[in-house]
Design a protein. Sequence first.
Length: 278
Amino acid sequence: MSDLAASILEQLTSAIEKDQLTLPTLPEVALRVREAAEDPNVDVRKICAVIGNDAAISARIIKVVNSPLMRGSREIDNLQNAVSRLGITYSCNLATGLAMEQMFQATNDMVDQFMRDTWQQSVEIAGISHVLCRQYTRLAPDQATLAGLLHRIGVLPILTHIEDSGEIPDEATLRQVIEEIHPILGSKILRTWDFPAEIADVPQESVNFSRDGGAKADYADIVMVAMLQTVAGTDHPFAQLDWSQIKAFEKLGLDPEVDMNEGEDLSAEMEAAMALLG
């Protein structure tokens, strides 16, 4: 590790330990959606009134419901029918995840590119997580999608801190710092935002390759396998691990030696899932 990387890492680690690092706040639309979803008397009309305040998210939800993954017998052209078809819980989780995109922006060109790349990676992993969840578990695909979209949320305060400090390191150093501490920060942020443990644990547990969280797969297992799928065949350090020792594959009933995209139907479904989120 370079001296600069070590210095940045020390600063951020110290700030985390002293609870002095400024964590991002949940976007307003996501906060309102989550508050509405917690109301036992909420209905489709009330949820649509909240989501409808954000035209971009509303349009994305309509796009999702008309995608090959969700499409019914007729096309949906309004938010109320889209939420009715997806269900309130699914719609709220999707709206919450999509609201995060607005946070991945910066003024410094290199930092901004890192943020955009991070979001694109998250979208890809969220799409794969959705499909893995549907195909190989009885867990909720919308929760898996949300977990995928949020699993790198810890990158945000790192990049914000570096941009605010005015000391922008080289790209290799920045990547090294991010990979060292984003999982810790990510789980801390999601706990601060009061996400349930099954989602809040994902940033840390999805890179804990020795974990064995029980006989059944959880969302961290799903995101872990989705993430590894994106680096398969590359020189990424995670691709060099012995995947046969990673329990997440076994719990999903997958053989890590076999390409998960081998089946055309599964590959097409993954591409569709990523396209609808992108």
